[in-house]
Design a protein around this ligand. Sequence first.
Ligand code: PBG
Length: 326
Amino acid sequence: MSFPQVRMRRLRRTPALRNILNSVKLQPSDLIYPIFVDENAKKPIPIKTMPGISRLPLNEVTNDVRQAMEQDVKAVILFGIPAKKDEIGSGAFANDGIVQKAIHKLKDEFGDELVVIADICLCEYTNHGHCGSLKDGEVQNDQTLEILQKIAVSQANAGSDIAAPSAMMDGQVESIREALDDSGFDQNAIMAYSAKYASSFYGPFRDAADSTPKFGSRKSYQMSWGNQKEAMREIELDINEGADIVMVKPALAYMDIISLAKTKFNVPIAAYNVSGEYAMIKAAAQNGWIDEKTAVLEVLTGMKRAGANLIITYFAKEVKAWLNHI
Ligand code: PBG
C-alpha cells in the first residue's frame, strides 16, 4: 500500500496554522455601514424585514456611527427618507434635506476620521417610487441626470466625501463628475453602482425606505440577471466616465461578476451585500437553522476572495467582535 506523499492536512492542523495561511483576511476596515435617516422619525423605527436595523431620526445618527467606528468601521453610506415624497423627488437635493443634514452632523462630529458616502437616487424621494422623473409612465433618462447633478452638488456642499449614484441612468457618472467639478468639488470621489441588477434581494430595503415602485418595475434601467458581459460594459463605461470606485450589486448571486471585474479592471471594487442577503441569514439564524456569526464571516470573506476591496453590509458593526471569537 502506498501512502500519500503530499499531505494537505499538515497545514490545517491547528487554528494558528490555518490563520497564518489564509490568503484572504476579512477586516472591519473593508466594510461600509449603511444608515437610513428618516425625517419623520422621532425615535429609531425597527425595520421588520431587517432585524437589528432601524430607520433613525437625525439625532440618533451620530450615536449609531460612533458605535460602528468603535468597531473599526470608518465608512458609512447614507440613505434618506424625506418627510414628504413628490413627483420629482425634490427632498433629495434640498439643501436642508435629511441626508444633507446628516452629512453636516457627521462631518461636524467626526471630520476626516469618517468617510461619508451619500447614495444618489430618487426612488426614496419620489411618490411613484421610481429612480427618475417620469413622462407618460416612463423614466426619463436625461431629465433625471439633471436632478442627479443637483443631488450630488447639494451633498458635496454638505460635506460628503464620496458620491454614490445608484439610479442606473445612462451617463450618470459623467454628469455627476461634471457637476462636481464645475462646483469646485474635483476632490470628491465617485463610487458608481455600475453593475446593479434588477434584484428581488432589494425587497427589505424597499420596506425600509418605502420605495417600492407604485407601478411597473425597475427592469428598464437596472440590469437583467442573465447578462455577464453587459456588466463589464457598464463598468468600463463608468470608469471612462470618471468613476473612482465601481460596484457590483447584489453580491451573493453575482460573485462571478465581482471576480471578472477584478481580473479585467484596475479600480477598487465594492460589493453590496444587500438587504435581502442580510434578511436571509437573519431569518435562518433566528430559526436556529444556521450559525449567524460564522455564516456572515464566511459570506463576507467569500466576497473578498471573489475580488471585492470594499463591502457594504448591514452586518458591519458586528464583524470585529465576531472575528475575535473564531
Ligand atoms: C436605490 C437603492 C436601492 C438599494 C440601494 N440603493 C434599492 C433599489 O434599487 O430598489 C438596495 C440596497 C439593499 O437592498 O440593501 N436605488
